[in-house]
Design a protein around this ligand. Structure first.
Ligand SMILES: NC(=O)c1ccc[n+]([C@@H]2O[C@H](COP(=O)([O-])OP(=O)(O)OC[C@H]3O[C@@H](n4cnc5c(N)ncnc54)[C@H](OP(=O)(O)O)[C@@H]3O)[C@@H](O)[C@H]2O)c1
Length: 252
């Protein structure tokens, strides 16, 4: 995810200089890569993005706390890690924004929800906005408890859409289409319909109704997909499972 953000920043030009700390990344064209914070000479940058796995943060944060500039802005993308968690480990005076981006950021089409800690001022919000709006839409919430559901919907959501493409492709093959045609039809149908939903003033339910003639082929498929145990029920269970997992990660 950190790589997706960096790619978006470099392509949009919003970041002119970045230091990437990653123990196993040998190099990245145009960017300084170091294996640990100890290799960063002098003061740390004023804006620091934390993009390690949530379970790695306990190992990374002590080294950061020691050297955190007084006016630093720390932006976390770690699922489930709360503002209170960062205040415990970086100190109550640290300015931390908890965010949840998603991987379409790599092509400038992400969406990020941000939640600011008490010490984040207007300048910190503006910096966060400019970094994250360079890779897609940005929205803020003051209610941190919503971040679990946000993680389950937009953070994990790209995987659900990729699965939809895979499932449509598999169903196309099962219906007798050659694999390459099945793959093309599935990908273009999902991405084209997504773009139509984005650009259209109509709600998705209206767009769906518009392509569903009574008694027609689409209606036959939707009777299966919208049955009691169909896609809406399945999606609710999937999002609930991801929300519960985010809550678990926050506890430990
Ligand atoms: N994937 C998503 O769609 C998504 C969406 C929203 C938020 N997030 C959040 O983004 C974060 C990263 O997730 P990911 O899926 O991108 O995982 P990932 O691909 O494993 O990325 C984690 C990165 O951290 C590096 N790393 C490991 N130990 C480190 C250390 N001690 N110091 C510095 N860097 C270290 C890893 O390097 P090596 O690979 O070399 O070990 C890797 O490049 C997580 O907190 C996750 O909750 C992910």
């Amino acid at each position: 995810m950190g790589g997706s953000l960096l790619k978006g920043w470099r392509e949009s030009g919003v970041v002119d200089r970045a230091i990437v700390v990653d123990p196993a990344l040998p190099s990245l064209p145009g960017t300084t890569v170091v294996a640990s914070l100890a290799e960063v000479a002098g003061d740390l940058p004023k804006t620091i993005l934390l993009a390690v796995k949530p379970q790695m943060l306990d190992a990374v944060l002590p080294g950061l706390k020691e050297r955190l500039p007084a006016d630093a802005l720390v932006i976390s993308i770690a699922a489930g890690k709360t503002l209170a968690y960062f205040a415990d480990r970086l100190g109550a005076s640290a300015a931390v924004v908890r965010t949840m981006p998603n991987t379409p950021a790599a092509i400038g089409r992400g969406i990020t929800v941000c939640c600011a800690g008490a010490k984040v001022d207007e300048a910190g919000r503006a910096t966060t906005d400019s970094l994250l709006s360079a890779v897609g839409e940005v929205t803020w919430t003051a209610d941190e408890s919503l971040m679990h559901a946000v993680t389950a919907v937009s953070g994990s959501g790209p995987a659900y859409v990729f699965l939809l493409i895979e499932a449509l492709q598999a169903a196309a093959e099962a219906a007798g289409l050659p694999a390459d045609l099945a793959a093309r039809l599935a990908r273009e149908t999902v991405t084209g319909s997504g773009e139509l939903a984005r650009l259209s003033p109509d709600a998705p339910a209206k767009l769906r109704a518009d392509v569903t003639s009574p008694g027609g082929t689409t209606a036959a498929a939707l009777a299966v997909l919208m049955a009691d145990d169909g896609l809406p029920a399945l999606m609710k269970r999937a999002v609930a499972a991801a929300t519960a997992r985010s809550e678990e990660l926050a506890k430990g």
